[in-house]
Design a protein around this ligand. Structure first.
Ligand SMILES: [Zn+2]
Length: 417
């Protein structure tokens, strides 16, 4: 008798869709096969796809509060407006924004996300209460000031002490970028990460300006700079990687670092188009992220898969569509060292059950259909860590109506609606 069984779904296993049953014991997948298994709880997945949970490899979840606030602006003007609002945020605001984000992500089949931001206790509480899994870090920036560097590290370490390993949370070190953090500060973070086995996550080579600025300041690209201080290794995830030279890609590939590709955000902020095909050719582990809702505006990896594929095709790079699904699932879990992202015995039970909707008919190939035709609304049930977190499109642990009311009545929120 399993704790939970999922019956008769078309399960994605090694690239094929097979009509199998899945048995979950505790927080792990304990059985995948054709036997008629029994469980305490049962989900009928007849006529549904069963996928591994999607991993949002780069976001700032509380930025849901700034969704739609600054639109139609170039990066510099956009950033000024966003920073002005972020200065007013406190832990309660971050908690509410992150909670909204967690629910939205669950509804879109995301079972884990990586987040760097401020007031991270608010994000951790939102994760705890919604049932999702997360990789969290306090977004550090010393801006060349030694006292500030010490204080930023203290905040980051305190957060790790409070939350690492609790409630499906893995804590990481997240310096913001090479233009907001000094070289010495980044080297120090790298040292601490190595000593403690922490993963590092940083924005890198997002814009042409960032690369130009690093070359002016250090005579090196952001990637060369990170490499020169020993920051790049298999425990590093670089967000964006839009402006990478061939030799930057070689350095990333050799180090085993991953890149979190965020196509919608790169379009919206006019950052550019990442060379995904070339990165994959060089053996780089590319995963997929939404970035914050203020620069997307959705937290929907089905949308990111589609946009990523369309952008590569605009560049006349035609990848097997299965690569995009891998980027949205397996590659994210690999990047952050979490034992999930595949429907396989022994893996953490993070699973998504999708109804095969009208937009998917006829189905010539399920992977093509998921990558190019999915809206996210097909997601019916989501299991995280062996527990149902979204059931029949409703979040199990959250009163969504109450949450929306709380967000609307919160002083920070200036909407009249
Ligand atoms: Zn970002």
């Amino acid at each position: 008798m399993f704790d939970l069984v999922i019956k008769n779904g078309l399960c994605l296993i090694n690239g094929n869709f097979l009509r199998y049953n899945i048995g979950v014991e505790g927080n792990r997948i304990a059985y995948v096969g054709k036997e008629d298994i029994k469980g305490e709880e049962k989900i009928n997945a007849e006529g549904c796809f069963v996928l591994p949970g999607l991993f949002n490899a780069h976001t700032h979840s509380a930025m849901t509060l700034l969704r739609g606030y600054a639109e139609g602006l170039p990066l510099k003007d956009w950033l000024e407006k966003v920073w002005e609002m972020e200065a007013k945020l406190d832990e309660k605001a971050v908690y509410l924004g992150a909670k909204l984000a967690c629910v939205e992500m669950l509804k879109n089949g995301i079972t884990c996300f990586a987040d760097m931001y401020i007031h991270m206790d608010g994000v951790a509480r939102a994760v705890e209460e919604t049932g999702i899994r997360a990789v969290l870090g306090y977004g550090m920036a010393d801006r060349g000031n030694d006292d500030r560097a010490k204080e930023e590290l203290r905040i980051a370490k305190d957060f790790i002490k409070r939350w690492n390993g609790k409630e499906r949370i893995k804590c990481i070190l997240t310096p913001h970028a090479v233009y907001t953090c000094s070289k010495d500060f980044l080297a120090k973070i790298s040292e601490i990460a190595k000593e403690n086995g922490f993963i590092k996550h940083i924005h890198a080579s997002e814009t042409f300006w960032e690369v130009k600025e690093a070359k002016r300041r250090y005579g090196m690209s952001p990637i060369e700079l990170l490499d020169s201080i020993g920051f790049l290794d298999s425990n590093t995830v670089l967000a964006h990687g839009v402006w990478l030279s061939d030799s930057d890609m070689e350095l990333i590939s050799k180090s085993g670092s991953s890149v979190a590709h965020c196509p919608s955000s790169n379009l919206k902020l006019s950052s550019g188009i990442a060379k995904v095909a070339e990165m994959l050719e060089k053996g780089i582990n590319v995963c997929l992220g939404t970035d914050g809702a203020a620069s997307n505006n959705m937290l929907n990896l089905f949308n990111e898969m589609r946009i990523s594929a369309l952008l590569q095709q605009l560049r006349r790079k035609f990848l097997n569509p299965a690569k995009y699904l891998e980027m949205a699932t397996w590659n994210g879990y690999r990047a952050y060292g979490i034992d999930s992202g595949s429907v396989e015995r022994g893996m953490l039970a993070d699973l998504v059950i999708m109804e095969i909707g009208q937009s998917h008919r006829p189905i010539y190939d399920p992977v093509n259909s998921i990558v190019y035709s999915s809206l996210g609304s097909e997601v019916r049930d989501v299991i995280v860590d062996g527990r149902i977190a979204l059931e029949d499109r409703n979040p199990v642990y959250v009163d969504l109506e109450k949450l929306c009311e709380e967000v609307s009545s919160f002083a920070f929120f200036h909407s009249s609606l």
